[in-house]
Write a protein that binds this ligand. Structure first.
Ligand code: GTP
Ligand code: MG
Length: 260
């Protein structure tokens, strides 16, 4: 008989553009909760195990509980199109350290359109940072629009990059039809407490069987530029009507395109 989702660890995905603070956020979650709940972590990197090494060196979890999956391809492939490697890693971790309460999976940094398949995670966090610009939240996309939690990270940097955090949070909230948005800085204890509380709420709902994994929707078609200035349109045709735009513009030119 298939195991019911509620009887295994909560699988929590963390996605978002390169460098927005995904690994740091996972370190923060571990630091805040490792004494209370049993956590395992899976990192995805294209060619290295850099993020796993960062998290091991942060000393927030036993090193053996942090495993790296080298995806060797577009990061979104391993979290959306073929999740096998990540699923096997999650099952291995859950078996090796049974019983685990939560397995956190970090996507390799990608563009604004990357989301986890609900076949891999029960809930997902999408991470933006203020340094990416205050207008990013307004641009939408499946992760910004429909991840279980949107984090606006590194708020401590806002004064230096001229971003109005309350405005960015208000724009994000509007883009998300009032789904939760959290302004976070690892240096702001109140925001870390709010993140901790959110994770515990989702975990409790998962255990109670009342948490329903959401699919934020497939990636928008996006453009992969080649070195010679040409490229190809990459579509993920698992639901939405794919469509092409005029190409020749910047790489991932459809990253900010939302499919309602
Ligand atoms: N000021 C500030 N810097 C932060 C914060 N969180 C993360 N950083 C820094 O942002 C940089 C990127 O953080 P990471 O956690 O490696 O980001 P990431 O999203 O995991 O990066 P990739 O996995 O490479 O996509 C590092 O230099 C972190 O120290 C924060 O709250 N405030
Ligand atoms: Mg990382």
């Amino acid at each position: 008989m298939p195991e019911s989702a509620a009887s295994r660890a909560l699988r929590l995905g963390v996605a978002g553009p390169v460098g927005t603070g995904k690994s740091s956020l996972i370190a923060t979650i571990c630091r805040a909760l490792a004494d209370e709940i049993r956590i395992g972590v899976i990192t995805n990197d294209i060619y290295t195990d850099e993020d796993a090494r960062f998290l091991r060196s942060a000393g927030v979890l036993e090193p053996e509980r942090i495993v790296a999956v080298e995806t060797g391809a577009c990061p979104h492939t391993a979290i959306r199109d073929d999740v096998t490697a990540n699923l096997l890693a999650a099952e291995d971790l859950e078996r090796a350290f049974a019983p685990l309460d939560m397995v956190v999976i970090e996507s390799g940094g990608d563009n604004l359109t990357a989301t986890f398949s609900p076949a891999l995670v029960d809930a997902q966090i999408f991470v933006l940072d203020v340094a990416g610009g205050g207008d990013v939240a307004r641009k939408g996309g499946p992760g910004i629009g429909r991840a279980d939690l949107l984090v606006v990270n590194k708020t401590d940097l806002a004064p230096y990059v001229g971003v109005d955090v309350p405005q960015m949070v208000a724009d994000a909230t509007a883009a998300r039809d009032d789904r939760p948005v959290l302004a976070l800085s690892r240096t702001d204890a109140a925001s870390v407490a709010a993140l901790r509380a959110w994770v515990l709420t989702v975990l409790a709902a998962h255990r109670a069987g009342s948490h329903i994994p959401q699919d934020p929707g497939p990636m928008a078609p996006h453009f992969h530029a080649d070195e010679d200035g040409t490229g190809f349109l990459h579509t993920h045709e698992d639901g939405a009507a794919p469509h092409a735009h005029a190409t020749g513009d910047a790489e991932h030119s459809h990253a900010d395109h939302v499919h309602p």
